[in-house]
Design a protein around this ligand. Structure first.
Ligand SMILES: [Zn+2]
Length: 239
């Protein structure tokens, strides 16, 4: 059950409770202020005395945070750690954002995998353009990093790097680690134990079932390009 569902169940229970005493009035207000970052507040009144407020520190028209969309998806955001191919921490804190329609599709993929005893583990999501520029300074090689002036699918919030974990949160063997730049990471490389190929196929077929597309050279990278989104400069807040 995702967090949003839990919030709605909570609201529903309060509504039922108060309906015994007062006739509930329901209204939804949305306000947004500009103060360095866009902030959106949704407050839901279930009676004149009760209000449940969910406050976001990002613009929910543009973004959805994966931990809010589906809190069972594991996050191992490598650019918020030094455990990545440039050995540098590029995000101040580990938060995973995608465009809302893409986040919804990822939620569907995870629900599908959970029926089989698996779940998604995410390595990278939306990557702000300033971070792409930082990455380019460290590794100015288009074989490894998209040039910031062209931008990558990650800079548009429509790509995600991920793998599958089992019920003990252990990653399935995909043959190579994330961000392994060599032909072993290609889908065309098949000199692996059969289980590795089965694992890669499970990820690919489930992602494709919900509209994601793979690329030939990185088993972990998926994107959706049915709608065009601009490259974004927006950077999330850290508490
Ligand atoms: Zn990627």
């Amino acid at each position: 059950m995702n967090l949003r569902t839990k919030v709605w169940i909570f609201i529903l229970l309060i509504t039922v409770f108060f309906s015994c005493e007062t006739a509930p009035t329901e209204k939804r207000t949305e306000s947004r202020t500009q103060s360095g970052t866009e902030r959106k507040k949704q407050s839901i009144s279930v009676s004149k005395d009760t209000e449940v407020a969910v406050e976001y520190d990002y613009n929910t028209d543009d973004w959805e945070e994966i931990s809010f969309a589906d809190d069972s998806i594991l996050l191992d955001l490598r650019y918020a750690q030094t455990n990545n191919f440039v050995k540098k921490k590029l995000y101040n804190c580990p938060r995973c954002f995608l465009r809302p329609d893409i986040a919804g599709k990822l939620n569907s993929v995870n629900n599908d995998l959970m029926k089989k005893g698996y779940k998604l583990k995410v390595y990278d999501c939306y990557r702000p353009k300033p971070v792409q520029e930082e990455l380019w300074k460290i590794m100015p090689d288009e074989d490894y990093v998209a040039a910031p002036w062209k931008g990558s699918m990650h800079n548009r919030g429509i790509a995600v790097d991920l793998t599958i974990a089992d019920k003990n949160n252990k990653e399935l063997d995909m043959g190579t680690p994330f961000d392994f730049f060599g032909e072993e990471a290609h889908f065309t490389y098949t000199d692996f134990p059969p289980q590795v190929l089965v694992n890669r196929q499970l990820l690919k077929s489930t992602m494709e079932k919900y509209g994601f597309q793979s690329i030939r050279t990185e088993w972990w990278h998926y994107s959706v390009s049915t709608r065009s989104y601009p490259i974004s400069e927006w950077q999330w807040q850290c508490n």
